[in-house]
Design a protein around this ligand. Structure first.
Ligand code: GLU
Length: 294
């Protein structure tokens, strides 16, 4: 690790979307990001990613914050909500637009179907009624080193194309909001589920376009069903029970590759987390997805 990274105060975050209750996968991401922050004596923030009203469940954001507290994890700063930060996204889009990096586009999903949904140029007669804003993507290979998964690279133009910054329905796209917020909140380490590994090159490219620092990234193992499929939010991912937090915390601890004996004697949430901080070994976090150890 370069010395400059050691000197930088660590600030991590957990950024749930309030589309459903916390499940084992999200609890594992919360615990993993919390432990990595605590292991480095750093701060840990909660940010609610509520930018997709059609998919959100009313009251779920507050529920997440309350449930995390029941699992012993409380944001070190006031909980941020993306829905209250849209001016920041608008300003960043404006900057990109002024620099000729963002453009309006009326291509609909079906217009792009022939190219697998990837936008590399607007079709001749776009059929969308409302325009979206996209980021112009050059021919470019983007590589980075994930702290857990190691080297990862993507050919941006072929793999993602000109991706959306603001959707045609007016909602802000995740990729823009996450980059603006991570930068504005001074996040130094992004620790999250490996389902977002393939979003990371887009986010790094966007950071470069906006001239903001790139945090380090660590992608935690996804939980798979017994048949190897991703543990879906609706199906096998039963909500964890904040009324009985110890069993779910123990499972999340094991999903992070940690030794279950370390927390075996825990009698309360506070006690379990104390033992967890003392016995946490980041090098044991598996670099591959895991079958849920239920
Ligand atoms: N809000 C995203 C999710 O719940 C996570 C975003 C992130 O950690 O970058 O899947």
């Amino acid at each position: 690790m370069p010395t400059s990274e050691l000197l930088r105060p660590y600030r991590g975050r957990f950024a749930p979307s309030p589309t459903g209750p916390l499940h084992l996968g999200s609890l594992t991401a919360a615990l993993g990001s919390w432990l990595l922050a605590r292991a480095r004596g750093g701060e840990w923030l909660v940010r609610i990613e509520d930018l997709d009203p059609p998919r959100e469940v009313p009251g779920m954001a507050d529920q997440h914050v309350a449930d995390l507290a029941a699992f012993g994890m409380v944001s070190d700063r006031p909980v941020a909500r993306q829905s209250e930060r849209v001016d920041l996204y608008a300003r960043s889009l404006e900057r990109l637009r002024e620099n000729g990096l963002a453009f309006e586009c009326r291509c609909s999903r079906s217009d792009l179907a022939a190219n697998g949904g990837v936008h590399v140029a607007c079709v001749e007669h776009p059929s969308g009624r409302q325009a979206a804003w996209r980021l112009r993507i050059p021919e470019r290979e983007l590589a980075f080193v994930d702290r857990i998964r190691g080297h990862y690279r993507q050919s941006l133009r072929a793999d993602t194309g000109d991706f959306v910054l603001r959707r045609s329905d007016g909602n802000w796209a995740y990729q823009l909001a996450v980059v603006v917020d991570d930068a504005e909140q001074g996040i130094t380490e992004v620790v999250r589920g490996a389902d977002l590994l393939d979003s990371t090159p887009r986010q790094i490219f966007l950071q470069q376009c906006l001239g903001v620092p790139t945090p380090t990234y660590a992608h935690l193992p996804l939980l798979l069903d017994a048949d190897g499929a991703k543990l879906s939010k609706s199906l096998a991912a039963a909500p964890v029970d904040p009324g009985d937090p110890l069993p779910a915390l123990r499972l999340a601890w094991r999903q992070l590759g940690q030794d279950e004996d370390v927390v075996a004697s825990a009698r309360s949430v506070g006690h379990l987390l104390e033992l967890a901080i003392a016995g946490f070994d980041p090098l044991r976090i598996p670099p591959t997805d895991q079958t849920a150890a239920m």
